[in-house]
Design a protein around this ligand. Structure first.
Ligand code: F6P
Length: 319
């Protein structure tokens, strides 16, 4: 293999730039030519592809977002769209592609590999919802963004003796909510993976109030439903002065944490190693601090499992 491509796709995540940098530098180190694909699969089909040099990825390791931009593409889900993308890469002589993104992006990588074009997936999403890796790039940074935000909310919650519902991202996964719940000492964490009756949440709030608690923090994963609606119900049911904060896209931005930069560097480099060995159709990941790779179709066939021991612990520590 002499020429490879790299793209970022789906929702951006802090650390994607560090992963792009690792891919580009590792590829050049091994005397490969490396091409950046702009705007994800959309740009791939249009041929929005440029050769990258060592300097193309200078000064980006610390930057959030993605210098390659990102997009979600409907056309690429079609057979015709995938053929178009392969033709664009063949025109330039690109023989392998590294896709940095989440499960939606990996479905594209799987399809291209099945059509004879080797792709490697690098998990980049704040949601931490990809099987086959303990962490996805961006999760740690997003978690810390939430932790800092909730600390600030807690200050004002205490001053005004209020109950707060804080809605965090994670699409269908509760990892961000659960980890933040533990890290922030939230009174209640509500995640899509574990049903929690409204009555039991209200009961806990009331018991806390009777014990003289001055405020309560409920962290709600967006996959459970609207934080605004939940907050309204809480106020109606308890008469507690309640406010809602939807953290939103603030969770997707910002400079990546040290952990995410290191993870992105290790996974990006491993993806290049696999292509150099002529291997496609894999996803790289980290398990017990060891860089691993898995069949991308196996990864897509599984469902990410939230750590239920951590969920139990969060409940035990917030009695
Ligand atoms: O997958 C990352 C993520 O931020 C999810 O947590 C969230 O549900 C979704 O993307 C939001 O997508 P968009 O940026 O398209 O609104």
């Amino acid at each position: 293999m002499k020429k490879i491509g790299v793209l970022t796709s789906g929702g951006d995540a802090p650390g994607m730039n560090a992963a792009v940098r690792a891919v580009v530098r590792k590829a050049i180190y091994h005397e490969l030519e490396v091409y950046g694909v702009y705007n994800g699969y959309e740009g791939l089909m249009e041929g929005n592809i440029k050769k990258m040099e060592l300097g193309s990825v200078g000064d980006i390791i610390q930057r959030g977002g993605t210098i390659l931009y990102s997009a979600r593409s409907e056309e690429f889900k079609t057979d015709a769209g995938q053929q178009k993308a392969i033709e664009q890469m063949r025109k330039i002589g690109i023989e392998g592609l590294i896709v940095i993104g989440g499960d939606g992006s990996f479905r594209g990588a799987e399809k291209l590999t099945q059509k004879g074009f080797p792709c490697i997936g690098v998990p980049g999403t704040i949601d931490n919802d990809i099987p086959g890796t303990d962490y996805t790039i961006g999760f740690d940074t997003a978690l810390n963004t939430i932790v800092n935000a909730v600390d600030k909310i807690r200050d004002t919650a205490t001053s005004h003796e209020r109950t707060y519902v804080i809605e965090v991202m994670g699409r269908d996964a509760g990892d961000l909510a659960l980890w933040a719940g533990l890290a922030n000492g939230a009174e209640t964490v509500i995640i899509p993976e574990q049903e929690e009756s409204f009555e039991s949440v209200v009961g806990k709030l009331k018991r806390g109030q009777e014990r003289g608690k001055k405020h309560s923090i409920i962290i709600l994963a967006e996959g459970v439903g609207s934080g605004v609606e939940y907050g309204k119900r809480i106020e109606e049911e308890t008469n507690m002065d309640t406010r809602v904060t939807v953290l939103g896209h603030i969770q997707r931005g910002g400079s990546p944490s040290g952990y995410d930069r290191v993870l992105a560097s290790r996974l990006g480099a491993k993806a290049v190693d696999l292509l150099l060995d002529g291997i496609g159709g894999r996803m790289v990941g980290i398990e017990n601090n060891i860089v691993v790779d898995h069949d991308i179709s196996d990864v897509l066939a599984k469902k990410h499992a939230v750590n239920m021991n951590m969920y139990k612990l969060a409940n035990q520590l917030s009695i």
